[in-house]
Design a protein around this ligand. Sequence first.
Ligand code: G1P
Ligand code: ZN
Length: 542
Amino acid sequence: MLRTVAVTPFSDQKPGTSGLRKKVAVFQQPHYAETFIQAVFDEVGEARKGATLVIGGDGRFLNREVIGRAVRMAAANGYGRVLVGQGGILSTPAASHLIRLNKAAGGLILSASHNPGGPNGDFGIKYNIANGGPAPEAFTAAVHARSQALAEYRILDAAEIDLDRLGDTRLSDTVVQVVDPVADYAALMETLFDFDAIRAWREAGGRFVFDAMHAVTGPYATEIFERRLGFADCVSNGVPLEDFGGGHPDPNLIHAKALHDRLMGPGAPDLGAASDGDGDRNLIIGRGRFVNPSDSLAILAANAHLAPGYCDGIKGIARSMPTSRAADRVAEALGVELHETPTGWKFFGNLLDAGRVTLCGEESAGTGSDHVREKDGLWAILLWLNILAARRQSVDEIVREHWATYGRNYHGRHDYEGLDTEVAEGLVADLRAGLASLPGRSIDGVTVTAADDFAYHDPIDGSVSRHQGIRIDLAGGSRVVFRLSGTGTSGATLRMYLERYEPPEGDLDLDQVKALAPVVRLANELAGIAARTGRAEPDVVT
Ligand code: G1P
Ligand code: ZN
């Protein structure tokens, strides 16, 4: 039976960099998730009638509950078919693939990515459009506006679907299909990479380990790395848990420290990798060599032709603005387009759809290609494995050869978390106000060559996205970027990105922290971070 529930709008349903992300307690308010989902369905409009909707999430606390309600709402809102991952599980890239494969109108992905889960953690809802990618800004802005004017939502009163049982159930006029979350995704990976070559590398002694961080990639990694590629017992923390085992499913050197230590220690395997809560990020560590995500994008771009899916070469590369410019040099050498976009995967969608770029990446450990419309953690790891199998060199050798060819872009990020929102916004506003006077000025003996507030002009649909980060270029190829996070759930997070370029004949082997120290000093002076925030040190350095 169809039921209409009257609601009063919630004032805080504005999606950020990656969907609506809030504390679990916020999502536990009666009608909170339903209001947002109804706003999405209203914005999809008539296109949902009889159409297919994909629903899945990263398995975190509230995942099953919200999926249950979303399924009954989809049935009440006229969708013809709803595809749900078994157990409510779908990694973000696998959801993107299912949307494309099934010509769905879109999908709801329930995740707060790398943020902690559990009753005291975070939850999130993201809507992806028919191309499989995150809804563009115009869509999310319209959803927000709609959520503020919503008077009611529609839901079907029906028994809960058994999310653990594969197969079809009818809910009124809607068919709900519980599908294997892994099978189609694994099949796609087999079309892109040379699984035989990777198996041969393993048989020749190649060793690989993967940390699923008790998040969504466990079942995917077990199927692909252990069963199909034969790396016995290579997956650790492979069972998705509602609170990620109490951990923080962010694959960086802080939260995946055990993996890092193993790769730096005696008898280390050739490659260690990890992914995040929803499976779209990747961490790549070779024996004795951490690969910076910006470098990883550049190296993957330079070597992608070694994998069957990219053997004809790549059409172009896109990177988010704060990502280092290492990939720019590869694009130049290959003679392909390079696009600089705002932070967030949604800005890559148009370029991928138009066939202008093949690879995309962000400094925040996100890399992907035109095979889906999301970043894809396991994809990046498989491409690295394919390259190792083809080149038969160590990760360290491959990285060093890359620097010797293109030079090295040292890159780092300092995060100041939980800042007072007014203080953080004031800091960025003042930087913005002072931009015009910066070029030509010398700070700490270094000259500012250019400074702006990054605005992106989408070359495909002509849309303009302003205020995407303060960008300050320095003589000699160094750079500082400031922006506020759009994914945090408490206070404001200031991100400061630092970059320094060394040409092939320059200092390629410096310690990253030491190499960036002069840029850090200058950036702090420019923004007055300590004085304004009272923080002497960043909370996280990556
Ligand atoms: C962060 C990252 C960004 C990424 C996003 C979603 O967003 O910086 O690159 O696309 O998470 O994974 P931010 O918090 O900086 O807005
Ligand atoms: Zn993620």
